[in-house]
Ligand binder design. Structure first.
Ligand code: FAD
Length: 596
């Protein structure tokens, strides 16, 4: 089984659905006309299929190794060479700031590339993924000097980045963190403490690793208000900005884990390590959130990317595997049995997966466009709107797409039957690799609490109201003479359910916050379904328009067939989510703790 990058689907989204050429006045978009982008994505597909995909299975089997003497980590065979090829071809610099050596292309181009990279090998894709997050934090919180020194090397991929939040006693609740920072006479800081589960914390393919570490200054306020952020490089840059003196930090251990074996998950120990403050003292979390938000979007993307790769493997398997006969009579009478593709239950798994993947991919591209508008839209109002959307929808993108990525991957294993449970087929690796996406970067339960507790009420509910108004305007514009009215009707109904759920939260969550918390993941899924419904309405319209304009490309008719599966087999889940959240917290809270 080889990885097949979804280039055609990106062509559809970029040209037919979102028509990104219409934004040519937005900075960055002028150099990204759709033909140029498609040429880039053809190359991206070649790179990920030919260079990255081959190291996915071998990386899983071999894993990373730690030299207990030197504390250096060696990534699996082939990773170093693939990383070299990745950076030499400039893939790490696609959407970064040209002032620091980036190519300045819009984020949706990088989204398409990142999906292909993660789909080809999610463990490998995490190395540049973490660096991307570090770039966001440095861009937001670094001084001009820090940016000039670090950004060009991170953007080119010569150096890499990490994110150090978690400690043994401190996961979701960052207020508990204990890593200590002491100010030194030269204005830098000395960092002491232990961080665990640090992805890409140590490896053998960059000449320096820049750790972004959350720590607490002596006398800082308790809880999250007393957290500062430090840049702690493995090698301290010398006067010329090259890796100099070795800093006093090391990888003390590697985690043995369920999946993503090719990515090093490190215990990092800092002993009086020299660090540099990013932003202001005690305001570290504010800057770290830039990295965390970038990473949350990236994890949603990772869930979907693995789901897509697993779907492709399952579809290929289903075509080959001969078992049983079609209930309506043999489809391949010359063979001992029909392929399992004749069975409605197998088709259910494959097509529901496909409806989720294609809707989710559109959601990611739409989200990436918001990230571009947030920084570059010409008028202030448009920037504000996009920024509100990013805040509101990041938890939805992260949690909904990883929940569904996991379901798709599980169904891909089911399509394989017993073969899926063996290591001869790739389904089991996808299953092991995707599971972490529901956990790290804030568990999905915590994302749902963030949506309900922080994002909805933020700025008096402005983001949600703007989002509802956008959907209402879309429905009003399309309703009268839509060629695909069933999608508009579905969007209208789903949005009404989401409004109903929102009202219920307002009426029942304020008095008893357990009600809001108990229903939060269902509410998030209802939100995800509304977004997917919006995406499918736009995709169906684009596909139908192409057909009406005389296109005989079977891609468009296929898109509508998959869209129908979304309407008939995925969207009904909205009712269940709404009913579950309206049940409130009582059923969950009434059992006494000692009876668990
Ligand atoms: C492979 C891997 C890679 C990782 N990479 C990194 C990395 O690069 N950098 C980094 O800093 N960390 C990393 N992590 C850590 C990861 O982000 C945490 O595991 C995650 O945030 C959850 O924290 P926890 O494991 O301590 O779970 P806990 O916080 O102990 O949570 C346990 C359960 O309780 C729930 N829960 C906890 N608090 C609440 C609450 N207030 N309300 C409702 N439910 C709650 C959670 O949802 C979860 O279901 C990684 C972890 C793994 C396994």
């Amino acid at each position: 089984m080889t990885y097949k990058a979804p280039v055609r689907d990106y062509g559809f989204l970029i040209k037919d659905v979102f028509n990104t050429d219409q934004y040519h006045n937005v900075p960055g978009f002028a150099d990204a006309d759709s033909d140029t982008v498609m040429a880039i994505l053809e190359e991206a597909a070649k790179f990920t299929e030919e260079v990255v995909a081959p190291i996915n299975i071998t990386g899983d089997k071999e894993g990373c190794t730690l030299n207990p003497e030197t504390h250096e980590v060696t990534a699996p065979k082939g990773y170093k060479e693939a990383y070299k090829a990745l950076t030499e071809a400039g893939w790490t610099a696609l959407s970064s700031d040209p002032q620091y050596g980036g190519q300045g292309l819009p984020h949706f181009v990088n989204t398409a590339f990142s999906e292909m990279l993660s789909g080809a090998s999610s463990a490998f894709g995490m190395y540049p993924g973490l660096t991307e997050g570090a770039i966001s934090a440095l861009t937001a919180g670094g001084t001009d000097e820090q940016k000039a020194l670090y950004l060009p090397k991170l953007i080119s991929g010569e150096w890499s980045g990490t994110m150090n939040l978690t400690e043994p006693h401190c996961g979701t609740d960052l207020g508990l963190l204990r890593t200590k920072a002491v100010k030194a006479e030269d204005g830098s800081y000395r960092i002491t403490g232990q961080k665990i589960w640090i992805s890409a914390g140590e490896h053998d393919f960059t000449s320096n690793i820049c750790h972004l570490v959350l720590a607490r200054l002596e006398g800082a306020p308790a809880g999250v208000k007393g957290i500062s952020l430090f840049l702690v490089p493995k090698f301290l840059p010398d006067a010329d900005g090259n890796p100099g003196e070795r800093n006093s930090l090391q990888c003390a251990g590697l985690e043995h884990k369920m999946g993503i074996h090719g990515n090093s998950t490190c215990v990092m120990v800092y002993e009086d390590a020299k660090g540099f403050l990013l932003g202001q003292e005690n305001e570290g979390l504010k800057i770290m959130f830039y990295m965390m938000n970038a990473a949350r979007y990236g994890v949603g993307l990772q869930g979907l990317a693995i789901g897509h790769a697993a779907y492709e493997a399952a579809a290929a398997f289903a075509k080959d595997r001969l078992q049983g006969r079609a209930l309506t009579g043999p489809k391949s009478p010359d063979k001992p049995a029909d392929s399992i593709l004749v069975h409605p239950d197998v088709r259910r798994m494959l097509l529901e997966s496909r409806a989720l993947i294609e809707g989710g991919r559109a959601f990611l591209v739409w989200g990436a466009l918001q990230a571009d508008f947030q920084h570059h839209a010409e008028d202030e109002k448009a920037r504000e709107k996009a920024s509100d959307y990013m805040g509101l929808l990041t938890p939805v993108l992260k949690a909904y797409l990883t929940e569904k990525g996991f379901k798709i991957t599980s169904d891909a294993m089911q399509v394989h039957g017993g073969s899926g449970f063996t290591e001869h087929f790739p389904a089991s690796q996808y299953m092991r690799d995707v599971r972490i996406t529901l956990i790290y970067e804030g568990t999905n339960g915590v994302q749902a609490l963030d949506l309900v507790g922080r994002k909805l009420p933020s700025k008096g509910g402005r983001a949600l109201q703007t989002f509802f108004a956008e959907i209402d305007a879309y429905i009003a514009a399309e309703e009268a003479d839509s060629k695909t009215p069933q999608y508009i009707a579905a969007l209208k109904t789903t949005k009404t359910k989401l409004m109903d759920g929102t009202m219920w939260l307002m009426q029942n969550g304020m008095g008893n916050p357990d009600n809001a918390a108990a229903g939060s993941l269902d509410y998030l899924c209802l939100f995800g379904l509304t977004c997917m419904s919006y995406m499918w309405a736009m995709m169906a319209k684009a596909a139908q328009t192409a057909i009406d304009n005389g296109s005989d490309d079977p891609f468009y008719a296929t898109k509508l067939k998959v869209g129908r599966v979304f309407l008939e087999r995925i969207l009904p889940e909205a009712d269940a989510h709404l009913a579950k959240m309206k049940g409130g917290a009582e059923a969950l809270m009434s059992l006494e703790d000692e009876l668990f």
